[in-house]
Structures are given as C-alpha cells and as structure tokens.
Design a binder for this molecule. Structure first.
Ligand SMILES: [Fe+2]
Ligand SMILES: [Fe+2]
Length: 245
C-alpha cells in the first residue's frame, strides 16, 4: 500500500480526515480527526499548543473553520485539547462557534484552558449526539481509562470508533496505520497510563456488540477492521497500572 502523504490531511474513510502532526521528536504522536457531514464538521481531540500551527494548516484543507460545530474532547489532557482557545478564536473570527462535547467531569478542568464555548455534556445528553443530517454519534463511557470521565465515540455511519487514549500507543517509531509492531506500543502505553485490567475489561465488554470497521485513537496508530477484535482482546487481557505493583 502507498504511504500516506502526512504533510496533508489523510482521508482515512469517506469525509473523515487525520489532521495530525508527524512529530518525530514525540513518543506520543497525537491524532486529531475531522469528520465532515454535509457542511457540518465534527473535530475530534484538536491537539496541543506546539502542534497547533501544523494541525490548523491541515484543518483548513479538510474543512472550512465556520463549519466546525462540535469539538469532541475525550478528556482534559493538554496534548489533545490545549489548543482549544486558539481554535475558538479563529472560528469566532469567521462568525462561527462550536460546542465542546465532553463529560461533565472533564468540562470542569477544560475551562481552565480559558475556553469560552458552551459545553455539550455527553453524560447529560443520553450519551449521543445527532447531527443535522440525522447521523448519530454514540458516546461509550470508559470510566477511569485513564480519566474518570473518559469516553469513546462511535460513528454509526462509518462504523469508526474514535477511541481517545484507549487503543493508543507509545513509540518513537510510528506509522499512521498499525503494523506488526503496534501491539508492543499499545502495551507500553496502557501498562503505564491505564489503571487496571478490571477497568479495561469492563469497557472492552461494551465493544463486543458493536460492528467496528476501524479504531482511530488519539495517540499511536489507526487499527484496521481485520485487527479490531485482536486489539480488543489484547486490552481485555492486559495487566496494567495497579495490577503491576
Ligand atoms: Fe490522556
Ligand atoms: Fe492522550
């Protein structure tokens, strides 16, 4: 398969783009994504301050800023959302605005970045968001993985699971799509950042009934359909965090 051009947005599924930065100095590659549904755009985990100029340069190739109506923020870590106020300012400059979709517990912390947008609290909205077209995004609660209010987003149309930190990987040798080495990177990340196997199992069990065509995590590499069940089992069986004391 041809190597994707990482200097541009990479279309990972129809109208869904990776808009991250291939930062060779970072063991944590961060993966923001854009989902376009007609002229409504959803922006997933928009990224950090140092990555902002590169991410912005790709976002404006993948959509128009005024179309961004929802920014899904899986938790409050700076690598995935410290750039929020900068995006707010630019979107406001176009006359637009967006909601920050997150868990109530995370909203209390995200506001400390100086955000001004309204919050769409996934836990107070039946764990779903319906776009103007009727397309539904389901939010899957993943408590304490690794933030108490962590969640993943399942797009019913593309069958992509935008998984936040879960299924992420840590490694300096990085590929946009998972290769044979990715399992080690996933283990390295989860062993050090996730609290316990019991909590991983609790969330993996929720995925058994979902048809998942791709997993798009916020760190590490994208997992294709043929490997999805394998990685669910890897996490279901992984000892991590407190299990390793
Ligand atoms: Fe995190
Ligand atoms: Fe993260």
């Amino acid at each position: 398969m041809a190597k994707p051009d990482l200097s541009n947005p990479v279309e990972i599924a129809k109208d869904i783009f990776w808009v991250g930065f291939d930062d060779a100095s970072a063991g944590f590659r961060c993966n923001p994504y854009i989902l376009n549904d007609g002229d409504e755009t959803v922006f997933f985990d928009p990224g950090s301050v140092p990555h902002f100029p590169i991410v912005l340069s790709k976002v404006i190739k993948a959509t128009r800023l005024e179309r961004i109506k929802h920014v899904i923020v899986t938790h409050q870590d700076p690598d995935l959302c410290a750039a929020l106020p900068r995006f707010e300012e630019l979107v406001a400059g176009t006359g637009g605005s967006f909601n920050i979709c997150t868990h109530t517990r995370a909203s209390l912390l995200i506001s400390h970045y100086g955000t001004r947008s309204g919050f769409y609290r996934v836990d107070a909205n039946d764990w779903r968001l319906t776009l103007q077209s009727g397309r539904k995004l389901q939010f899957i609660f993943a408590p304490f993985l690794h933030f108490p209010g962590a969640f993943m987003t399942y797009d019913e149309k593309s069958k992509i699971l935008f998984s936040g930190d879960i299924f992420g990987g840590f490694s300096f040798d990085w590929n946009l799509y998972a290769n044979e080495y990715y399992e080690e990177a996933v283990k390295a990340f989860h062993e050090n950042y996730m609290p316990s196997n019991r909590l991983l199992r609790h969330t993996m069990d929720k995925l058994d009934s979902l048809e998942i065509d791709m997993i798009a995590p916020q760190h590490g590499s994208i997992i294709r359909k043929e490997d999805v069940r394998h990685y669910i089992d890897v996490l279901r069986n992984l000892e991590c965090g407190g299990d390793l004391f």
